[in-house]
Design a protein around this ligand. Sequence first.
Ligand code: HEM
Length: 399
Amino acid sequence: MDDFTFNPFDPDTRRDPAPVYARARRERPVHRHAGLPIVSIFRYDDIQSVLRDAETWSSQFPPPPGVDAARMPPRSMLGQDPPSHTRLRSLVSQAFTPRIVRRLEPRMHAVAAELMTAAVARGEVDFVAAMTYPLPVVVIAEIIGVPIEDRDQFKHWSDIAVAGLGSGLFAPPDMARLQQLEGILREMGTYFSRLADDRRGAPREDLLTGLVQAEVEGSKLSHAEMITMLVLLLVAGNETTTTLIGNAVLELLAHPAELARLRADPALLPSAIDEVLRFSSPVQLDPRRATRRVELRGEVIEAGQIVVSWLGSANRDEAVFADGERFDIARVDNRHLAFGFGPHFCLGANLARLEAQAALGALLAATREFALASAAPLPLHPSLVFKGVTELPLRLTPS
Ligand code: HEM
């Protein structure tokens, strides 16, 4: 038990964290990281109770040591607690209700089919460039109302915005990266301010117009809050959904019997996507800061200490999931925590599910077979938060 180690940066652990998670759940469900004010937790019940209690477990973090608070970007709703979190979230939640998102479904299928036709014509593609990146970015750009021609610019911004996520928890802040982040936040601010000015003069049926109107009403949303919201929405849904679609392809390739089952019964697609979310969770960790002294399974956590919930571990917890280490695309009652839990539960969960279903549906329909086109280990996402790859070379055999 004493030789238990957990290094979240270790590439082998990042590729397959399941064995270390299983051991942690058994032997070290509350694990202190030596020399750091950080505690990792691994069990489903503990994680659920932390994420549901925003009073004890805050989403607001102080700037990293040595970094001036004034230099930090303004906090988005993701980094706020109720009631300010509730106010911000209520301004945009209408745009992501299941009913509204369903209306976008035909458009998602059309975009996915178009991307797939182009991919199959080439025979061999990087599926990230061909599908998993463009589909989510086209959809969110249309929801917000930003020109899709700018999508390469969005990719550049998103990549920089998320590359360092999570690493500051376990290592000193990377000043060069923070500076780069400041730079792109300024660029995004200028970009969105210009678009917001356009909408003031010529309102449209989009989220940007809705936010501009909330800003006009004054007390609802300040200009800085509006820009931060737009940055969050543009970034939050991109890398996450890209990762989910890539992980779905990888898990189906690793489990050929499940792939055959899905081909035979495409009605399993929704439960298959939820099983990928559980089994290969795109977002692995979710941090909170203790607002008071608390005990967790007998371990004292002092006020100010950070508790990291390992969602990927909760999602394999044998106390909740029967045969949790098995990838089962027809799993029922799949109460995974891949989208978080409680007040910050992912706003884009419905959207992400439908996008992933559209992408996988298009891949299955357009191909008789698909296979990895490279035997080399695929490059891991640079951020610790994500479990996924940034390139996915596929050979496609048309149907
Ligand atoms: C597979 C795809 C996705 C995954 C795995 C995912 C995961 C998550 C998780 C774990 C959280 C909770 C963070 C916390 O507890 O602090 C979250 C929050 C959030 N997600 Fe997603 N997400 C995905 C897709 C999307 C999409 C498509 C959008 C589009 C708008 C989106 C927007 C958001 C926003 C705005 C929040 C913050 C909600 C709040 O603070 O109240 N996500 N997401």
